[in-house]
Design a protein around this ligand. Structure first.
Ligand code: NCD
Length: 362
């Protein structure tokens, strides 16, 4: 087992600052890094569609002088023959030095990290986490404000299934004087475990509202998200909720003059195209920052394999706390445990005393 990144909190706050510092140095002097990964290979294992995450990982590795092999469509892989994620990564570990993986089931990245002999980077596991998007988001905030402390962030849209929201909330909770405003319809509020494990223990002021207009004047960062159609069980519910929020030039008049607008992309209709011309729009810069932070992360994980690490996610990983007993079964249908019968169900005890699946945290 090598050091992997399942969520942002698998790196310490200091390590995240290290990534931001490396990223700033890459931006200042990209030539210095042009051969840093010469002779190394990255595999992008994408069991779920992606444009920018996969391409930016690949661009990142090429800009470090490394090479890439890719699985872009699970439909053409042995997954269609019933191969498990665990077997796939054991095989791929023989071909490359590092894996970036996206999968539609929550917890699939942890399964890979535990089974691979090389570092695994989670490029999105179902509606669970998406740490490298968060690293892109953090660099965007850092380049804007020159600091991470004292910011009020509004998350708007699909906070239930939006994995980028979950990872960014966990990451921002570690900075001083962070405030959250959670803007969503009732049906799409953030999962309970984020409130219990992230917001409450860190005493983060957190307001929940359904009104974007009410929230806007308070924000330093507005983080818009797409309603995640592919994660709904009930398509009628999606149809009802899909246009809950549309940010347009009129609404932007309510925002502070220096409030930046972020979005992990792709957008559907939640940000009107006219907002692109607003000097506060940052969503296309985020995509550039994503490539740079992925370069910084690949460099770190390839250079930083402490043999003393026997855990998949680093000293902060839930894996360290994982327990097993015969009675415990994860019942989340969106978890990798439901999709692959060979996985041994494990839990950790949450701060409120309840048992949660170590893979999906539900
Ligand atoms: C996000 C994702 O895949 O979760 N996209 C991305 O990686 N930039 C957001 C989304 O799909 O809505």
């Amino acid at each position: 087992m090598k050091r992997s990144v399942i969520d942002t909190v698998d790196l310490s706050k200091e390590e995240v600052q290290g990534l931001l510092d490396t990223a700033m140095d890459i931006i200042a002097d990209p030539a210095k890094y042009a051969h840093a990964c010469a002779g190394k290979k990255l595999a992008t294992l994408f069991f779920e569609p992606s444009t920018r995450t996969r391409m930016s990982f690949e661009a990142a590795m090429y800009e470090l002088g490394g090479n890439v092999i890719s699985m872009t469509d699970a439909g053409t892989s042995s997954a269609t023959k019933g191969e498990t994620v665990a077997d796939t990564v054991k095989v791929v570990s023989n071909y490359v030095d590092i894996i970036a993986q996206r999968h539609p089931k929550a917890g699939a990245a942890l399964v890979s990290a535990v089974n691979a002999q090389i570092p695994v980077i989670n490029a999105g596991d179902g509606g669970h986490c998406h740490p490298t998007q968060t690293f892109a988001d953090l660099l965007t905030i850092y380049r804007e404000y020159g600091k991470m402390d004292g910011l009020t962030i509004g998350f708007c849209g699909d906070l239930l299934y939006g994995r980028t929201v979950h990872s960014l909330m966990s990451a921002m909770a570690r900075y001083e004087d962070t405030k959250f405003v959670l803007i969503s319809p009732d049906e799409l509020k953030v999962p309970r475990h984020l409130i219990d494990d992230v917001v409450t223990p860190n005493s983060i002021p957190c307001e929940e509202t359904a009104s974007l207009e009410d929230a806007l004047p308070k924000l330093d960062v507005l983080y818009m998200t797409r309603i995640q159609k592919e994660r709904f069980d009930d398509i009628e519910q999606y149809e009802r909720l899909k246009s809950s929020y549309v940010l347009d030039a009129e609404k932007m008049k309510l925002a502070k003059p220096d409030c930046i607008v972020m979005h992990p992309l792709p957008r559907v209709d939640e940000i009107a195209v006219e907002v692109d011309e607003d000097p506060r729009a940052r969503y296309f810069e985020q995509t550039y920052n994503g490539k740079i932070m992925r370069m910084a992360l690949i460099l770190k994980l390839l250079g930083d394999q402490d043999p003393a690490h026997t855990y998949p996610g680093g000293p902060f990983s839930l894996w360290n706390e994982a327990m097993e007993d015969n009675a415990y079964r994860c019942t989340n249908p969106k978890c990798i445990c439901a999709a692959e019968r060979s996985i041994r169900h494990k839990y950790y005890v949450a701060k409120n005393g309840s048992k949660r699946c170590v893979y999906c945290e539900q």
